[in-house]
Design a binder for this molecule. Structure first.
Ligand SMILES: Nc1ncnc2c1ncn2[C@@H]1O[C@H](COP(=O)(O)OP(=O)(O)O)[C@@H](O)[C@H]1O
Ligand SMILES: [Mg+2]
Length: 248
C-alpha cells in the first residue's frame, strides 16, 4: 500500500485536511497512523478505502490505484469506520451475510465463514440479536467480523478502540495480532500512544495533515529526550519533541 504526496482539501475548507502525505505499508504489517483529532487520519483512510476523493497525489492499495480502479480496491480491502454503520434492522449474522453477498461471496462460502467469524469474535450467542442494545465493544467486534467476510487482504481500522473499556480493548488487540499472523495487512488509526506502541510494527505520526515522523515504536522512543517509551510518553510530549511546539 502506498500514499504519494497525497492532498485532500474539502470544499470551502481553508486548509488541506491532508497535506502532501507520503508513506508505504508493507504486506503483512500493522501500520499505525497516530495523531490528535483533526490530524487527517480518517481522511487518509477515506482516500485509501475509496470513500474520499483526493485533491492531489496518489494512493495505491495492493498496487491498485484507488481513483482509477475503486471497485477493484473495494474488493481487496475491509474497512471498520470510526462511526458505527451497522444495519440495525438486521441481526448480527445477517449483517455478516449481507456484507458477503454484496461482495459476491458465494452462499456455500459465506455461511461457514460467518459462523467462524462469529466464533472468533465471541458473538455466537448474540448472532440472532439486532445490534440495537449492544455495547461499544460488541459493536466494534461485529464491525470487524463483518469487514472480514469477503476475506480482504488489507484491513483498515479507524480508531478501533476509542471509547472501549480495557477488556474490550485487549480483546480487539488480540484479534488484530491474530489477523496479522494470518497474513492480513492492517492500517489502524489512533490517538492513543500506548495502542500505537504496543500494536503497530511502524507508526506514522501525523498532525495538521502532515507526517511528522515515521518509524518503529522502538526507534521513535529513542528519539524522545525523556527516555520514556513511546507508549509511556504522552502524545503531548512526543509532539513537543518533534515540533518544538505544544499540541494545538
Ligand atoms: N466531510 C468533511 N467536510 C469538511 N471538512 C472535513 C470533513 N471531514 C473532515 N474534515 C476536516 O478535515 C480535517 C481532518 O479531519 P479527519 O480526517 O477526520 O481527522 P482525524 O481522523 O485525524 O480526526 C479536520 O479539520 C476536519 O474538520
Ligand atoms: Mg478520525
Amino acid at each position: 500500500m502506498e500514499v504519494r504526496e497525497l492532498v485532500k482539501r474539502y470544499r470551502k475548507a481553508r486548509a488541506d485536511a491532508v497535506d502532501r502525505l507520503s508513506f508505504a505499508v508493507a504486506e503483512g504489517e500493522i501500520f499505525g497512523l497516530l495523531g490528535p483529532n483533526g490530524a487527517g487520519k480518517s481522511t487518509t483512510v477515506g482516500v485509501l478505502t475509496t470513500r474520499v476523493r483526493p485533491t492531489g497525489g496518489r494512493a495505491l492499495v495492493a498496487g491498485v490505484d484507488v481513483v482509477a480502479a475503486p471497485r477493484t480496491v473495494r474488493g481487496l480491502l475491509g474497512v471498520v469506520p470510526q462511526r458505527n454503520n451497522l444495519d440495525r434492522s438486521l441481526s448480527v449474522r445477517q449483517n455478516l451475510l449481507f456484507h458477503a453477498a454484496y461482495h459476491g461471496v458465494p452462499p456455500r462460502v459465506r455461511r461457514p465463514r460467518a459462523e467462524a467469524l462469529l466464533e472468533q469474535f465471541a458473538l455466537t450467542d448474540r448472532a440472532d440479536d439486532k445490534p440495537d442494545l449492544f455495547s461499544g465493544g460488541q459493536n466494534q467486534r461485529m464491525m470487524i467480523a463483518r469487514a472480514l467476510m469477503h476475506d480482504p487482504r488489507v484491513l483498515f481500522l479507524d480508531e478501533p478502540t476509542t471509547g472501549l473499556d480495557p477488556a474490550a480493548r485487549l480483546f480487539v488487540w488480540d484479534r488484530v495480532r491474530e489477523l496479522r499472523a494470518a497474513g492480513v495487512t492492517i492500517v489502524l488509526t489512533t490517538h492513543d500512544m500506548d495502542e500505537a506502541a504496543t500494536l503497530a510494527d511502524r507508526v506514522g505520526i501525523v498532525d495538521a495533515g502532515r507526517l511528522l515522523a515515521l518509524d518503529t515504536p522502538a526507534a521513535l522512543t529513542r528519539r524522545l529526550t525523556t527516555g520514556a517509551a513511546v507508549g509511556e510518553a504522552s502524545l503531548e510530549d512526543v509532539f513537543l519533541h518533534l515540533t518544538g511546539t505544544a499540541l494545538r
